[in-house]
Design a protein around this ligand. Sequence first.
Ligand code: 5GP
Length: 204
Amino acid sequence: MNESGLLIVLSGPSGVGKGTVRKAIFSQPDLDFEYSISMTTRSPREGEVDGVDYFFKSREKFESLIEQGKLLEYAEFVGNYYGTPVDYVRETLDNGKDVFLEIEVEGAKQVREKFPDGLFIFLAPPSLSELKNRIVTRGTESEEVINNRLNVAKEEIDMMHLYDYVVENDQVEHACEKIKAIVVAEHCRRERVEPRYKRILEVE
Ligand code: 5GP
């Protein structure tokens, strides 16, 4: 029997660059994980291809897939549905391959409930760690702007508790390297490796 693959979930606040980081990761050769193509009701942007970037669906079709339990998670984001096809994820994991999801935070929360053993990576905006500097050197910023920024930062930091790792998206290449390193490390975790060794003993 194949060992099950790892479910890798990359998420984080809107505008942090999840899509850019995901595309950069998947543009690299010799990658060992599979990207789960999402479904969406939004219209394709220029250059986007059905079945490559997304599976583009009507609202009616999407809602019927929800009813049939065909989505691992879904969320409404800026007036459109986005969701992860469950069959692809389960089949790929069962075949022993890692599956990579790049989804917004509501969806990630749903996946955590269903796959507590998944690897949850939070992509954080560099503005969070720069925040203190910006506040100290505020000079030009109005109090309102600063307060808004602090509120956004608070919400973003509050989101982190559902995740196993936090990667700051300071530079896309750095973020990609960190994410790949986290996946490698995760595969070496004792809890994941030990059962395999125990099975070897059972055979003898
Ligand atoms: P965009 O329309 O820019 O491609 O994506 C908008 C947002 O939807 C991004 O934050 C992206 O991560 C998120 N997203 C893409 N696919 C899924 C999905 O299958 N499920 C959820 N919950 N969010 C998704």
